[in-house]
Ligand binder design. Structure first.
Ligand SMILES: Cc1cc2nc3c(=O)[nH]c(=O)nc-3n(C[C@H](O)[C@H](O)[C@H](O)COP(=O)(O)O)c2cc1C
Length: 202
């Protein structure tokens, strides 16, 4: 399967079955992530795979406490989007998914956050390739979660990715097209006048 097809198939999953999942698929996906480019090749990322139900429970409890505060304060467009999506402070996926991958960026290295997020992008596609569902969850209290996991202070949590098998099947969220997002030469330069679309690698 080509990358475009994989990318189109990937969705954020927030409801997981409790079926166990082998850790090998996750290790494969992290190996892919380790190939990501990084500022000065510093590879400023660290991954913790959390499978222990007790630790997952502590993470969920801490995240839900912080999310409750966030949901009470959030207003405007973001509040509307969250309510349309049916999202709330409850984060059951943090204990339902058989594994969580906590991804950290090491501060003080060049472009550590940007580099780590490139690696996260690789990781998400690789999880999709091995048939594992995932979510990019960004808790409001990354420092507290880092402490639960025993991370040093220079390691800042970027995301917790629950991984497992999807319960049910959620539709893909709409994407903009190439024509809507790509400009040629200058802002507003039309793509369609130059390139016949669609194009796929041979
Ligand atoms: C940087 C980033 C932060 C995100 N944070 C959250 C989050 O905290 N909670 C959540 O449920 N989804 C989160 N998401 C998932 C997005 O809501 C999701 O990717 C987007 O709605 C598109 O849906 P899709 O991934 O199914 O295509 C995040 C995604 C990214 C890239």
């Amino acid at each position: 399967m080509g990358l475009l097809e994989l990318a189109r198939r990937r969705r954020s999953v927030r409801s997981f079955s409790s079926d166990p999942v082998e850790v090998h698929g996750i290790l494969y996906a992290i190996e892919v992530a380790l190939e990501a480019p990084s500022g000065a090749n510093q590879q400023p990322w660290e991954f913790i795979i959390v499978s222990d139900p007790e630790i997952k429970g502590r993470i969920r409890e801490a995240c839900e406490r912080a999310e409750r505060d966030f949901y009470e304060r959030v207003r405007g467009e973001l509040a509307e989007w969250l309510s349309e999506k049916g999202l709330s402070w409850r984060k059951p996926f943090l204990t339902e998914a058989p594994h969580l991958i906590a991804v950290f960026a090491m501060m003080g290295r060049p472009y550590s956050v940007q580099s780590t997020w490139i690696a996260i992008g690789y990781l998400l596609l690789a999880l999709e390739e091995v048939g594992l569902a995932s979510l990019t969850y960004t808790p409001p209290n990354p420092r507290e979660i880092g402490e639960i996991l025993g991370a040093p202070s220079e390691a800042v949590l970027q995301t917790i990715i629950p991984v497992g098998k999807e319960r049910g099947r959620k539709p893909k969220e709409r994407r903009y097209s190439l024509e809507e997002k790509v400009h040629i030469d200058t802002w507003g330069g039309s793509l369609t006048q130059r390139e016949p679309l669609p194009w796929t690698p041979s």
